[in-house]
Design a binder for this molecule. Sequence first.
Ligand SMILES: [Fe+2]
Ligand SMILES: [Fe+2]
Length: 281
Amino acid sequence: MTASQKSLFRANRELIERLRPIPDDLLRFEQQWIDRAISESLTTQQPSSLSQLRSMLDALIEQEQAEEPPTARYVAQDMTLDEFKILVQEFALDGLTEAQVFYHLMPRLSLAAQMPMLRMMIDEFGSGNIQRAHTTLYKVLLKELGMPTDLESNIQANGEAGCSFPNMFCWLTMRADDPSYFAGVITYFETVVPFFFGCYTTLCERLGIKAHTYYSEHVHIDVFHALEGQRLLKAMDSDHKLDYTKAWQGICMGRLITNNAFDQAVYKAQANTVAGEVAHA
Ligand SMILES: [Fe+2]
Ligand SMILES: [Fe+2]
């Protein structure tokens, strides 16, 4: 079997579900992919304190808020229902397993640092009400779109970029040598979602999608999760456990992988629909 993001995703499931170790070739593939993403997104400036890390993150967020990517604009304004189905499918591996891999990070954190993570996770799992768990909200969306809600069908349908996004969280929680990478990525991610997911809520309104709660809930709750991310950074720093450089490199790498996964999903949606139209003509 050739190493790919899809085979890595399957191997991650085998590890989580059956404690089967990840084969060495896939571990090498993963490390090379992560190393490449870190070096491709490396900035000349690196932080040497928490306050520097925070101001660099603030500047990055400000820049992202100012320039909406063309793919996000397309989703908001022009994406068709058939294209949206492919976009939803490409993020289904994450949606269907959302936040479960975070459990693996917990014992690696100090007790104080586990608290903000725990508060985030309580929301991810609907405060213990499965109807409100983010995975259930994603399943409701898949059902409305008439799409399969099981993991296997979605693994088969997913492209490489779609598999890379959940794989990144597996590396961050289970393989990265330092939780600082995860702390950076999660804080960045929870901070951008409230405005980035705006393209999804606009699309849902435009296309009359009833199961928009997955997106609207994130726009609302991730404002609070971003604050928890900041508390996580602070708690780690107070314990002298925060590596500022690794947190920052995590942010830059996470941003690259996430943006790439989103762009590729939009391109795939556009290409498949065009191919479909040609086939129908
Ligand atoms: Fe979530
Ligand atoms: Fe969140």
